[in-house]
Write a protein that binds this ligand. Structure first.
Ligand SMILES: Cc1ncc(COP(=O)(O)O)c(C=O)c1O
Length: 377
């Protein structure tokens, strides 16, 4: 057991380790076994079959749960966590979703609606008046803050209060906040979901997802849903993700500081029409971000280009240090024009370029962006 009231930096290093016994390893082993010796019938054992649970998964979940202040359930990917969270909605139930958010979530809810499984109600969740009326009769409120890729900030506490007043369960995709900057459960959210693939694992070398809750019934449903959908993490991925989690606070804080610096310098840079970053005082959600994020405003910033789509495409090709690739949250800085993907929200501008800031030296990153911007046609 860890002492109480530790900071995220310390929890990330110490949680999810084997007991401190002489001769025991300090890191959990990778448990490569699909099945386990059976107990006498009727007796409970920790592990029976690896599609339900395995030691490597539990070690990762213990650490992530300690960071978020709840019980974590690991999934094979962020999308598997999202799909299993949506499975909590009763047949035909209304899910209130924002118009902009991770494109996979938008597509998954659309497809569930097309088959009659759920009904979608799309509303700007940053507008609490509109949200209050959209929540009437809803079963679930889906939030994402900062939202991918337009970085809209939703007030987690007030949105959760509104949802609960209407009897709806609140889910927040907290991938862009990371467990370092915001703990959604402390703001009243019932279920936080993460693409662990991003900052938590942090090295662009695996896929993994997680859902974290304090509600025992929700926890049980998620664990059962995971076993039945076969969406558990592989032991190797869980082990690697835990290794990444150990340094997440350091990486996230460094990336956030660089993101703020780059966002500031990009304002007024050649070819840049607008800079979107919650850490800038001019961002419409800045005050709320300040109240619910601590240690930084996230490692992602977006820019729109005055030269339109062509300029956005060209920028992604002209950078030399930034990697032109999809995804976010790795140690390496990534860049891409989001509307290259057909599933992206209609509200995302065609010329929007999303930048995920890694842990390289910020001046090196700036020189790379600046040279690329200066060479645009
Ligand atoms: C905010 C957000 N949530 C969920 C996902 C899906 O995660 P995964 O790719 O691990 O399935 C992503 C992926 O980009 C994301 O950006």
């Amino acid at each position: 057991m860890l002492p109480e009231k530790l900071s995220a930096d310390t929890i990330a290093v110490h949680a999810g380790r084997p007991d401190r016994q002489a001769g025991a390893p300090i890191n959990p082993p990778i448990s490569l076994s699909s099945t386990y010796h059976a107990a006498v019938e009727g007796e409970k054992v920790a592990f029976a079959y690896a599609r339900e649970d395995h030691e490597s998964g539990v070690a990762f979940e213990t650490a992530l749960g300690a960071l978020e202040g709840g019980h974590a359930v690991g999934f094979a990917s962020g999308m598997a966590a999202i799909s299993n969270a949506l499975a909590l909605v009763p047949h035909g139930g209304v899910v209130v979703i924002p118009p902009v958010g991770y494109s996979g979530m938008l597509a998954a809810t659309k497809s569930l609606e097309a088959s009659g499984r759920i009904e979608r109600r799309v509303v700007d969740t940053t507008d609490l008046v509109a949200l209050a009326s959209a929540l009437k009769g809803a079963a679930m409120l889906w939030l994402e803050t900062p939202a991918n890729p337009t970085l809209n900030i939703t007030d987690l506490k007030r949105a959760s209060e509104l949802a609960h007043a209407n009897g709806a369960i609140v889910v927040a995709d907290s991938t862009f906040s990371t467990p370092v900057l915001t703990k959604p459960l402390d703001f009243g959210v019932d279920l936080a979901v993460h693409s662990v693939t991003k900052w938590i694992a942090g090295h662009s070398d695996l896929l993994l997802g997680a859902a974290i809750t304090r509600d025992e019934q929700v926890l049980e449903k998620l664990r059962m849903g995971r076993a039945l959908s076969g969406a558990i993490t592989g032991p190797f991925e869980a082990w690697l993700a835990l290794r990444g989690l150990r340094t997440m606070p350091l990486r996230v804080k460094a990336s956030c500081a660089s993101a703020l610096e780059l966002a500031t310098r990009l304002q007024g840079a050649p070819g840049v029409a607008s800079v979107i970053y919650p850490g800038l005082p001019g961002h419409p959600g800045h005050a709320i971000a300040k109240s619910q994020m601590s240690g930084g405003y996230g490692a992602v910033l977006s820019i729109t280009m005055s030269g339109g789509v062509e300029a956005a495409r060209e920028l992604c090709e002209r950078v030399e240090l930034f990697t032109h690739a999809t995804s976010v949250g790795g140690v390496e800085s990534l860049i891409e024009r989001r509307k290259r993907w057909s599933l992206e929200s209609e509200l995302v501008p065609e010329s929007l370029v999303r930048i995920s800031v890694g842990i390289e030296d910020v001046d090196d990153l700036w020189r790379d962006l600046f040279q690329a911007l200066n060479r645009l046609n």
